[in-house]
Design a protein around this ligand. Structure first.
Ligand SMILES: [Fe+2]
Ligand SMILES: [Fe+2]
Length: 370
């Protein structure tokens, strides 16, 4: 491998590798409050696989990057999610996952970011990385399934309680209000968008040109795969408004990947809104604007509402608790987190799964306690 690319490639592997144990650290307390044995088993599978993804990245560092790679692999074990002195590299992986609604949102939105990042690394000319990512993507699909169906079930239970008690405020009835679910969507979606980096990025261009990464589904793209002649539009905030700007396509690759991700995220919204529709509920969930609550890229430092209006800092702060989970919302969700460990039983705030795992019934004893 040419020396000039070596450092970049090692960095890509370290950044990906750092996310894998981070999510296990974030989720480490959830086993104490699983809403059912079915969910507990899913949590364990997700955690074991993330641990294995760390291992896969560490293997590459040890096998191909010499002393520097081994040092970086050690450093992966030193960092810890949320640690003030030695945090994980990316912001979303230092957030807390204190409750199961956060877990389902994380596996929907943040594991889905993982899917897209792995999709670009799968196109790498460095074949050991490409092959590893191909295999990791298969496991990622299950993590996203846990998230998608987890939120399905929370929404279904909320809708059921709304109808039963003829109210939007299902909190006193042991459910999670739709507003709170929306705020969790807003939070997890926005911190996951930050993982795509700046809309305009020379690093992304260099990685692509050097063949270290590709685009999402590179082989299906009908262009020259070199992009030196192409242009693309990226989001910018100008004169207090969100607009777009034309840049060389190579500089817009993070934006390109993010666009694919956003389209994918929309599918969850449609799905959850179908659950509401079928239950006869008129209210709907929606993704906030891509500029909402951002700390990275074109929107960082701006105050964008979920509808996409740029407002002043005061106006934004005044509405923060309408848009993002506040202390009361988090406390309510946390108050519902009690372990339900009898086979076939399920917590009050979530509907049972549509079916069990590996053709076993929902009532199967998925986890045995010694
Ligand atoms: Fe992973
Ligand atoms: Fe994952």
């Amino acid at each position: 491998m040419p020396g000039e690319y070596r450092a970049d490639l090692q960095r890509l592997i370290v950044v990906q590798g750092d996310t894998e144990p981070a999510s296990v650290e974030q989720q480490r307390r959830l086993g104490g409050t699983a809403p059912s044995l079915y969910d507990l088993r899913n949590l364990f599978q997700v955690n074991v696989e993330e641990g294995r993804h760390l291992w896969a990245m560490v293997y590459l560092l040890h096998a191909y990057f010499g002393r520097g790679g081994r040092d970086e692999a050690d450093a992966l074990l030193q960092r810890n999610s949320g640690d003030l002195d030695s945090p994980r590299i990316l912001g979303a992986f230092n957030e807390e996952t204190p409750d199961w609604l956060s877990f389902f949102m994380f596996t929907y939105f943040t594991d889905r970011d993982g899917k897209y990042q792995l999709g670009t690394l799968k196109e790498s000319a460095f074949d050991p990385l490409s092959r590893t990512c191909e295999f990791m993507l298969k496991e990622e699909a299950h993590h996203m399934f846990v998230g998608t169906t987890g939120v399905d079930r929370v929404v279904a239970r909320t809708a059921e309680l709304m109808r039963e008690h003829d109210t939007d405020d299902v909190a006193p009835h042991g459910g999670i209000p739709l507003d709170v679910i929306q705020k969790y969507v807003n939070f997890h979606y926005s911190v996951s968008l930050d993982l795509f980096g700046s809309e305009r990025s020379t690093n992304a261009a260099n990685y692509f040109t050097a063949g270290l990464k590709g685009r999402w589904q590179e082989e299906r793209r009908r262009d020259d795969h070199v992009l030196t002649e192409d242009a693309a539009r990226i989001d910018v905030v100008r004169d207090g408004e969100v607009t777009t700007e034309e840049v060389p396509a190579l500089l817009a690759l993070n934006n390109d990947l993010r666009r694919e991700y956003v389209t994918d995220c929309e599918s969850g919204m449609k799905r959850w809104n179908r659950v509401l529709d079928r239950a006869g509920i008129e209210r709907r969930l929606a993704l906030p604007h891509v500029g909402f609550n951002r700390r990275v890229g074109a929107f960082a430092g701006h105050h964008v509402t979920p509808r996409g209006d740029v407002v002043g800092a005061d106006a934004w702060e005044a509405n923060r608790e309408r848009w993002l989970p506040g202390e009361a919302d988090k406390a309510h969700v946390l108050s519902l987190m009690r372990p339900v460990y009898e086979p076939g039983r399920i917590a009050s705030w979530i509907a049972p799964p549509a079916k069990g795992i590996n053709d076993k019934p929902v009532e199967y004893e998925y986890v045995r306690f010694p």
